[in-house]
Design a protein around this ligand. Structure first.
Ligand code: SF4
Length: 211
C-alpha cells in the first residue's frame, strides 16, 4: 500500500466561485472575493490531506461489467481530514452561513485537486509496473453501487488506518473524502486521463468537469 502525505496547496479560485454561483445569487462578487481571501488561511491551516492506494488482483466476485476485463484493481482513498469539516460546522452553528458555504466550496475544490495529485502517483506506479489504467470509477456513479465504498475501505483497512468508516446511508464518515477505483491491466494502454466526463451521470451538475 502506498501512502501519500505530500500534497501541494493549490486552489482553483475560478472553480470555487463557479461552484458558489451555481447555488444561486446568494453572494455578490465582492462578498465572494472577500470571503475567499479571508478563508484561504483557514483552509490552509485546517486541511490534512492523506491519499492511499493499493494495486491488488481483482477478486473473482468483484466483476461488474466496467471492471471485468481488468485483472487488477487500484483501490484509492483521498481525504482532507475532519478538522476542516469541523470548522465548517462551527461556522454554521454560529449562524455564519456564508462563511460555511464558501469554505465548503473551497474544500470540495481542494479535495478534487488532491485527488488529481494522487492520480499522478498512481500513474507513475502503474507505469513502473507496466500496467494500463481505466478512468476513475466511483461507487454510486452508475457502474458500481454506492455500497461498494465499504468494499474499497475494507481493501485498504481504512477504519484502522484513517478512522474512516461508512455510515448507514453508505456515505463516508469523513465528509471531505472519496473512495474510488481504477481498473488496471498489462494488456491496456496507460492513459493520462483520470476522469471520463463524457459517461459520468454527474456531468450536468459537476463544476469540476474537464478542468
Ligand atoms: S463530470 Fe467529470 S469531473 Fe465531474 S465527477 Fe464526473 S467524471 Fe469527475
Amino acid at each position: 500500500m502506498e501512502v501519500i502525505l505530500d500534497f501541494d496547496f493549490k486552489l482553483n479560485k475560478a472553480q470555487v466561485i463557479q461552484t458558489i454561483k451555481s447555488y444561486g445569487k446568494i453572494l455578490t462578487d465582492e462578498e465572494m472575493e472577500s470571503l475567499y481571501n479571508k478563508l484561504l488561511p483557514i483552509v490552509y491551516e485546517t486541511i490534512e490531506p492523506v491519499g492511499i492506494f493499493d494495486i491488488q488482483k481483482r477478486e473473482e466476485n468483484f466483476n461488474f461489467k466496467i471492471i471485468k476485463d481488468y485483472n487488477y484493481i487500484v483501490y484509492c482513498i483521498i481525504t482532507i481530514g475532519d478538522t476542516c469539516s469541523k470548522k465548517i460546522n462551527e461556522f454554521f452553528s454560529y449562524g455564519n452561513m456564508k462563511e460555511g458555504m464558501v469554505m465548503d466550496a473551497m474544500l470540495t475544490s481542494y479535495l478534487f485537486e488532491a485527488s488529481s495529485q494522487l492520480f499522478n502517483h498512481i500513474y507513475n506506479k502503474s507505469k513502473e509496473l507496466k500496467l494500463g489504467l481505466s478512468c476513475r470509477i466511483s461507487p454510486g456513479d452508475g457502474e458500481i453501487p454506492l455500497q461498494y465504498q465499504k468494499y474499497i475501505l475494507d481493501r485498504l483497512d481504512a477504519e484502522n488506518f484513517l478512522n474512516l468508516t461508512v455510515t448507514d446511508s453508505y456515505m463516508l464518515s469523513s465528509t471531505h473524502s472519496m473512495a474510488y477505483i481504477y481498473g488496471a491491466d498489462k494488456s491496456l494502454p496507460l492513459s493520462k486521463k483520470d476522469h471520463d466526463c463524457s459517461r459520468c451521470p454527474n456531468r450536468d451538475l459537476c463544476n469540476m468537469k474537464n478542468s
